[in-house]
Write a protein that binds this ligand. Structure first.
Ligand code: SF4
Length: 247
């Protein structure tokens, strides 16, 4: 089945409409960086001393990311380390241009050790495919690497403990654009209390990179009316990606 067919089947995307412009072009224009960042030096990445090696090429970055995940997997920096089944580091292309970030693993993710599996994961795959990528071409992760009990929201002390792990991932992958999935992820990353509707349709910054916000796939499963705005959000994501890659 082609991407177009899947898109129509999903009823996710208004295929005959033009890509919407950001609410304010100045929000994009004022970004100090609007291209892909330079490959990081190892000491900028903050890799543990045991992992120091020459500045990584693409293959080296794959190894470093894998080793970073292995090194962090025994983490007990917060209490979630005591209750998790599996440390869920992330999945996808270590050289991805696009990175999706959710809030934390859920039950299925905790059991399988991979972010965004199950029905929400399948829908995320469709969303990714709708802008011309595959799940394997992008990188998918969460702010927290361990599941909060009963899928409760992350607590501030857990975010403080775990966010440095995410920073290390981002500095190794150095994506062209980040997409925050859902209100909690967006509020946490942007240190904001704004509702999701206020954070969408704008280009924010996180760790010096452009970041856009859209609905969590699980929310889309509950409310299909949000599929259309999600389509708009990922079109903005794609336009930022395309401009960054072209630049
Ligand atoms: S949630 Fe993050 S900080 Fe807390 S134990 Fe897991 S990996 Fe460590």
């Amino acid at each position: 089945m082609s991407v177009e067919d899947e898109r129509e089947q999903l009823d996710l995307l208004p295929v005959d409409e033009s890509v919407p412009e950001p609410e304010s072009e100045s929000e994009v224009a004022v970004l100090p960086w609007y291209g892909r960042p330079p490959r990081p030096e190892v000491d900028q990445v903050g890799i543990p001393d045991s992992m120091t090696c020459p500045v990584p090429d693409d293959e080296g970055r794959t190894d470093l990311l894998a080793r970073l995940g292995e090194d962090l997997s025994p983490c007990l920096k917060c209490s979630l380390g005591e209750t998790r089944t599996t440390f869920v580091f992330g999945t996808g292309n270590p050289d991805a241009n696009v990175m999706f970030i959710g809030e934390a693993p859920g039950r299925d993710e905790d059991l399988q050790g991979e972010p965004f599996v199950g029905r929400a994961g399948k829908l995320l795959n469709k969303i990714i495919e709708s802008i011309g990528f595959t799940r394997e071409e992008v990188y998918i992760g969460n702010i927290l690497k361990c599941r909060p009990p009963d899928n409760r929201d992350p607590r501030p002390e857990e975010v403080d403990a775990c966010e440095p792990h995410l920073h290390r991932q981002i500095k190794l992958i150095r994506p062209a654009v980040i997409c925050a999935l859902g209100r909690i992820a967006a509020q946490t990353l942007l240190k904001s209390t704004a509702p999701l509707g206020k954070m969408r349709e704008r280009v924010h910054q996180y760790q010096g990179l452009p970041l856009v916000v859209t609905y969590h796939p699980a929310a889309l499963l509950r409310n299909p009316n949000w599929k259309r705005p999600t389509w708009e959000d990922v079109q903005l994501l794609k336009s930022i990606h395309d401009e960054a890659v072209a630049g």
